[in-house]
Structures are given as structure tokens and as C-alpha cells.
Write a protein of this length. Sequence first.
Lengths: 249, 249
Amino acid sequence: MLETTSKESEGLELIPQLTLDCVIFGFHDNALKILLLKWKGTDLWSLPGGVIRQDESLDEAAIRVLKERTGIDKIFLRQFHTFGKVQRYDKTSIQEQLAHVIDPKLWYKRAISIGYYALVDYEEVFPNPDQLSDECTWWDLVEIPKLLFDHEEILEKALRSLRLELSFQPIGLNLLPEKFTMPDMMRMYEAILGKKIDPRNFQKKILNSGIVVKLKEVKRGVAHKSPFLYKFDRKRYEEVLKEGGLFFI
Amino acid sequence: MLETTSKESEGLELIPQLTLDCVIFGFHDNALKILLLKWKGTDLWSLPGGVIRQDESLDEAAIRVLKERTGIDKIFLRQFHTFGKVQRYDKTSIQEQLAHVIDPKLWYKRAISIGYYALVDYEEVFPNPDQLSDECTWWDLVEIPKLLFDHEEILEKALRSLRLELSFQPIGLNLLPEKFTMPDMMRMYEAILGKKIDPRNFQKKILNSGIVVKLKEVKRGVAHKSPFLYKFDRKRYEEVLKEGGLFFI
DNA sequence: GCAAAAGTGTTGGGCCTACACCCATGA
DNA sequence: TCATGGGTGTAGGCCCAACACTTTTGC
């Protein structure tokens, strides 16, 4: 999270003391992944973030940040919380650690940050560092390093919100590729919820809801039995979303 | 929602362009009520709101606003959304309508507002207008007048969030008085959800959850059969909250 | 042929829904 | 005594959870 005027926004009018942070979720290798930035010349990691211009809405700012970091612009995005404690973290320590990147005098005395999370198709993302970082990398949820600022708290809350949303809405259209297998989808749910699911019950439930349709193809080239492919039925998916159709797994 | 430096905060350092709006829910006469302010010398209504001081957290600011309007300081409070479109409403029109109260030159060109909702015990509230309004009054949810700014949208979203929360958590400890009857509680649920509930099923469900205990008293002085009184079992209530115990009605 | 993952059905229990009549009280 | 709202039980269905073996494929 940038809490200073960054190079990319130089000369543009910004909303003072207001920033945003994005928790970008992807799914790969049967694990939930999160996109993190490594600060230049350090081994310090944080969530991607940005500032808000006077001429863009909060949602537009979040979309811009996501586009910059991932190359994707059609994105599932949710604002989940605004973080506004007076002392969100130890600023002095951060200023020292990042003094070689940002002049300590440029930090706001206080910043409020709006938290967004996004679900993206891992395969379509081209991670792209910003001017203050020299790496933008996917991290497995269970291997996340220590994060700067209050980003562990933000991540925690994003994950809780995602799990809640998953509990009463279909999710996944944005996390999975166009065609996917039922075990893929199930492992996505397992990764998000952090628990094992019974494959028979899962399949019944998903098929009953009608949000996916079975294709007349199987996935070839994988070892063992070839799994069927499915795709989302977008119309039905939207319907279930609108109904607020309960959807506990 | 104040979008200018108001008298009450004169001389205090504020976070620029950031405000907060509160949807304060109460329950009375079997109806869900909302606290609204009438702007001085007008018949224009809006939600109570305020600004955020540099030395207070967002939550503290919300608590301060609630305390000022209701006199209550132990309050059930939820941050539910941050509203940040570039043009949240027709500013020119608002500036004209309120020109006699606020110098049009003092308005921010744009303000972002953090939405909170609160559940309070109607009986304990002493509604108290702020410096810019001459009335602070409860309104029945189904009789709400047109609201200024984008406050109808904010109210709408607050209600959706409240209903969602009601669906998977116990609620009501803060809306009902110390002792209440089962029909009271049921009508509170009906008022929030906007639909009829079967009294037998409701009672079973609530008693099963263990969040209330039956007292050895009945409510006297009401016409017709005397209903039993109940009170919340706070310990069990907190437990169910933590479990995230599902709680659909 | 063997190892690994995919695919698939049934049963029991609990929970939710639907539904109607009697009772106590104040007026 | 009457009108009004409070209090209460049961039966059916649906959904959910638990559970294990066969099939297919690549190696």
C-alpha cells in the first residue's frame, strides 16, 4: 500500500490520506494463491495497493490497480472493509525499512485504506510489479510470508469475507478457466474453505444448483482416469446470484 | 451527512473529503424505525452523519456520532460499505437547497462516505438534532420520506447488510429491551425481514438455539392473554456469534 | 498389471415447513 | 361474554451427511 504520492500518479490530483489495498486471489496447483509485491531492494512483502484519484470512483481505482498488476480488466471485485484505526501499524519502523525507496518525509501522518478482494483466473494473469517493487508473485495461501503494514489483518478479513460469500452464493466463475473438471472445482472450494469436502455430496449439490453444465469432452493427457469437463452456465449462475440462493457446502 | 467543516468540529483537524453516515435502527410499535435529521428551516431529511478527526479511528467517529444523536454509548455497530462514486448526487442542487445553512463555497468538491449501521434500544434513545438540523426523529421504515444526497442508496444497502447478518447470526440483543416477549422478538424479525413468520416455528428455533431463557414472569397489563417474558442468555449468545452458527428464519 | 485419481447411490436422521385450535386476559 | 392475541404439537418431506467400491488411464 502506497501511502505517499507515487511516481505513477505524480501530477494527478489524489484524495489525501485515502488508499486502497487489493487481495487478489487465484487458484492453481490445487491451492489458493495470493498476489504479493516485494519492495525494491528488500525482502519485504505487501499487498498491491494504490491511491485514489479525484476523478475516479473507488471501484474504478480498484479496477485500475488490478489491471496494472495482473493485466486483467474483467474482474470479480468486492469491497469488503475500510481500515481506519489511528495507528494501523508501526509507522516509524516502516519508514526506516523503506527509507531507500520512499523519502520518510513523504508519508502521510495517517492513511485510511479501503480493502478490495478480487478473484481471477490464474492462467490469464501476467503479474507486473509497480515502481516501488521489484517482484510481483503468486504466493500459496498457506506459505504467505510476514507482510508489511497491517496487511496480515487485511488479508485475514478478506479471506473471512470470501468464505462468507462462498457460503451463500455461487463463486468460482472467475477463479476457474473456461473449462474445468469437477475435482478442480471441488479443490477450489476446499482451498478457500480450508477443509475437505465429500466428492459425491459436492457433485450432487453443484449439479442440482444448475450453475454448471457437463460437456461431451473429457480432459485427456492426465494420468489415471480422464475426468469430464464442465463449464459454467452463465445465465443460471446469474439467476442463482440474484435469488441469493443459499449454497452451503 | 456533513461534507463541510461543521461548527462542532471547528478548529479540530479533520480527515479531508472523508465523512461517515449512520443508519440507526430501532424497534417500536412492531415496526422497524430509523433515526433521521431535518435540516434547519427546511423540510429536507437525511441520515445522521459526521466527519472524522485526525485523532480518532473510524469506529470511534461512528460511536461519537451515535452518542451525539442518541445519548447511547454502548451500541451495536457495523461498518457495512464505503460509498465513493465521483458524483454521488447532484451537488449543485444540494448546495442551493441548503445555502441558508451552509455556505456553498465550503462544500468539498467530492466526499467519500463510510457507512455504519447501528441497532439500538428504542426506549433508551433521546434523539438529539445537530447544529445543522432542527429535528431528530424516528421514522417508520415503510414511511421514510425522500432523503437528501445518496442516502436512499445508503439506507438500502444498510438494510440488505442487516438482513444478511440476521440470516446467519443472532441479532436483537441490542434492539430489544432487557425483558421482552416472544411475540416482540418475532415481530422484530418480521420488521427487519419484511415478511411474516410462523410463530410456532420461530419459537422452536429460537429456544433450540439457546440464546434466550424464559423467565418466571409474564407481562401484565396488556389486553388478552399475558405473554411470558424472556431475556437473552448473553454467554450463549456470544457463543453462537463466534460459532457463526447458522440461523435462518 | 499396477498405482492413482475419477466417478457414482443409498440410507438415516435431523431440520424445516405447514398447519389449527384452545386459553387467558382486559374491556 | 366477547374480542384479541398468546401459546402450543405433529407429521411429511427435503436436504444433508456419512460412507466404499468400481472404473479408467498412463506408466
